[in-house]
Design a protein around this ligand. Structure first.
Ligand code: FAD
Length: 690
């Protein structure tokens, strides 16, 4: 199969040099100045200059909104001056085009996604009632709250309003400093990146084109040059501690027409948790953890045993560390840093326990949420069946802000694993490579058997090696051997495989299993701190049901790999068998129905770093988008996991939500009629500002 990559014109924003407000020279000049921390927004771009007091920790500068410091006045008065300057500019007719751009940048961060021309927002469909773009107020405009209004708001939420500071800001200074060194050390650590608001897991959604505050991904201690800018990060964020903080934030946003964004860990592959010029709700510090021996959802008669309750900020590893000593398993994903209750727990949530127990949304029993009207509600299938259904699969960031997630736990059993790794010489053409076809065919032939026994699989097929893990949660620790015997014998006896691992393990706990996956050759916890581009597709079970279909599937995998390989995409395919293979009934959840019928989720992906030019990044994006085409051709009308797809996907309603889209949209209109929650290719997406 031949795939052509159409070059998309790059539309990364142009940042006028006029507003590049911080550089090393200037910083050096500042060093002679007195001790007042010089931390404020210049019109449009985030400006960070390290204070002239050596050793002052960045954290000490952060409570910008503390009225006693007076810095909010400074911050907002700079904004006011910018507003004045801008209106003068608009009156002038000199070099109109330049001034238009300057004024735009002068008031807010202009951040548009590349390639967005191929996306169709909800309101452009004539058959759909458009959501009004009500939440368009930008910093510097008259609708933006005044200094006093910000101060009053900050007081109402106990001082938890923060001006956003990019994580790597301390590295954009003239001289090396300890804070920067610490950040550089942790730059590729997925957990560290979630510990503050000012970083996302991937640079795609921290940066905005060349507007960024990033370090060199593979050499983060290397000195950086240029300006530290906010990129796609929000202007301000609320470090939420109580549901009331959320109600008040939503009230302010509604009143002033400000765009809201919601961030938990910042893992989202579509950048739905960071929106430039927004007021962000950061849920990271909602860290409640509870175990209920029995639990009855409010208003329901049914009682459940072994129920977990977590705050919205709990991450997978915090959950298993808490529930493991209680003898309970949680349906986490592959990586400890992902949040359980945000995008994962509202969009799907697959993992090593998926085929045995289902998705995270399958475990959900009750949520505490704050809806767009500011109301705090406890929702479940008895009290609010429509909203609860929509939030069990319809995706995070779109229906309400979730504060607490109550869900089914499972009595612990060992995780029994068959782990295999082998190398071979890199072929010139993967479509002609016998070893690739043999391995993929053998895996596909065994997949139905694996699924029927609740075996989950992570299979990484690279141009020159394979990493394959089959995981069977069971108290019968030997059962995995008989279920995988055919696959094991095939691999063991294949003459072209240079085997480096061919072993069975039994892990008593999830944390032991997780530790095992952190071995460098598996490295399920990384890489982060760079750019990642993904595209995915569900592969339905009928493609595993006949040898003819399996050949078509093998052909699609090698074609996609070869295309990716020759077009700077790396050439790897990830074949995940971690979905709800034995939970076919989708009546209680709103995940894409295609998932209930799938045995594989195929993911094609590639990385970029700050060393790659915008052109190179666009090329990688185009390669990955195109490399999923063979799977689309194989699965007409099919779909993809909304959390692991291609953010440039054109047919996004069908691809991410399938036949559930219309019902999801109807629920959205009831609970969020003005589209206060609005995220990229989420249900009812308005397309505004991205
Ligand atoms: C390294 C890595 C590994 C991954 N592994 C898996 C895996 O094994 N299985 C799997 O299913 N997925 C996996 N994912 C995908 C993951 O599920 C999504 O990225 C998911 O969106 C992460 O949710 P989050 O809340 O942690 O992230 P965030 O980026 O903070 O949020 C994601 C979305 O949820 C919204 N949101 C967050 N918190 C709330 C809240 N309290 N209320 C309402 N909306 C909220 C945000 O606005 C955003 O739209 C992985 C992602 C990465 C980067």
């Amino acid at each position: 199969m031949f795939i052509q990559v159409l070059p998309h014109p790059s539309v990364w924003p142009w940042v006028p040099s006029l507003f590049l407000v911080h550089d090393r020279k200037r910083n050096a000049a500042n060093q002679a100045q007195p001790t007042e921390p010089d931390l404020f927004f210049k019109p449009g771009l985030y400006r960070y200059t390290l204070p002239h007091v050596s050793g002052m920790a960045l954290r000490e500068l952060e409570p910008l909104m503390d009225q006693k410091s007076g810095r909010i006045d400074e911050l907002e008065s700079h904004r006011h001056e910018a507003r004045e300057r801008n209106s003068e500019r608009w009156r002038s007719s000199i070099v109109l085009a330049l001034l238009c751009a300057s004024a735009l940048y002068g008031a807010y961060t202009f951040c548009t996604r590349p390639n967005r021309h191929n996306s169709t927002p909800e309101d452009s469909s004539p058959s759909q009632m458009p959501f009004s773009p009500t939440y368009t107020c930008l910093p510097g405009q008259s609708c933006w709250p005044t200094t006093n209004q910000w101060i009053a708001f900050n007081q109402s939420i106990n001082g938890h309003l923060q001006a956003t500071i990019p994580w790597a800001a301390p590295c954009y200074t003239a001289s090396p400093n300890e804070t920067c060194q610490k950040i550089a050390k942790q730059y590729s650590n997925g957990v560290s990146r979630t510990a503050q608001y000012g970083s996302m897991e991937f640079l795609d959604w921290e940066t905005c084109g060349m507007s960024q505050c990033a370090l060199d991904s593979f050499n983060p201690t290397a000195p950086v040059t240029g300006t530290c800018t906010l990129g796609r990060l929000s202007t301000y964020h609320v470090d939420v501690r109580r549901p009331e903080d959320i109600s008040r934030t939503l009230q302010l946003a509604r009143h002033h027409g400000i765009r809201i964004s919601i961030k938990n860990t910042g893992h989202d592959y579509f950048g739905r948790s960071s929106v430039a010029n927004s007021l962000a709700i950061w849920t990271h510090n909602l860290k409640e953890l509870k175990y209920h021996k029995t639990f009855r959802p409010k208003g329901c008669s049914a009682r459940y045993e072994n129920v977990g309750q977590i705050g919205a900020g709990i991450q997978a590893q915090e959950a298993w560390q808490y529930f493991e000593p209680l003898g309970m398993l949680v349906t986490v994903g592959a990586v400890g840093s992902v949040g359980l209750a945000g995008g994962f727990g509202q969009g799907g949530g697959h993992g090593p326990l998926g085929p045995a127990y289902g998705l995270m949304v399958d475990q959900a029993l009750e949520f505490d949420v704050v809806t767009a009207d500011g109301q705090q509600r406890t929702i479940n299938e008895c009290t609010d069946p429509d909203l609860f259904w929509a939030m069990r699969g319809g995706g995070g960031g779109n229906y309400a802000v979730l504060t607490s997630y109550k869900f089914q736990l499972h009595p612990a059993v060992p995780l029994n694993v068959y782990s295999f790794q082998a190398h071979w010489p890199k072929p010139t053409d993967i479509t002609e490579s016998k070893v690739h076809s043999d391995v993929i065919r053998a895996l596909a032939l065994n997949q139905t058997l694996f699924a029927n026994h609740g075996v989950a699989g992570y299979n990484f097929i690279h141009p020159d090696h394979i990493v394959s893990l089959q995981i069977m949660p069971s108290s019968d620790t030997e059962a995995i051997k008989s279920v995988t015997s055919q696959w094991h014998d095939f691999l063991t006896n294949h003459p072209d495989l240079n085997i480096t691992e061919n072993s069975y393990y039994s892990f008593k706990t999830l944390s032991r299993w997780h530790q095992f996956t952190e071995r460098p050759e598996i490295a399920r916890n990384g890489p982060v701190g760079l750019g990642i581009i993904e595209a995915g597709r569900f592969i339905p079970r009928d493609l595993f049901a006949s040898s003819n279909n399996i050949e078509r599937l093998v052909d699609a995998v090698v074609t996609a790999m070869q295309f990716s390989f020759t077009n700077k995409g790396g050439g790897s395919a990830q074949l995940y068998a971690t979905g709800p293979a034995n939970q076919r009934d989708n009546s209680k959840t709103s995940v894409n129905p295609a998932w209930r019928d799938a045995l594989w989720e195929v993911i094609m992906g590639a990385a970029w770093t700050t060393k790659d030019s915008i052109h190179a990044r666009t090329q990688i994006q185009n390669t990955i988008s195109a490399s999923i085409q063979p799977f689309k051709a194989l699965t007409p009308g099919g779909g993809c996991y909304m959390n692991e797809g291609d953010w440039t996907e054109e047919n996004w309603q069908q691809t991410f939500f399938g036949t559930n889209y219309d019902r999801l949209l109807a629920v959205k209109r009831i609970y969020d009629p003005t589209s206060l929650f609005n995220c990229w290719k989420c249900v009812g997406w308005s397309g505004y500002d991205e």
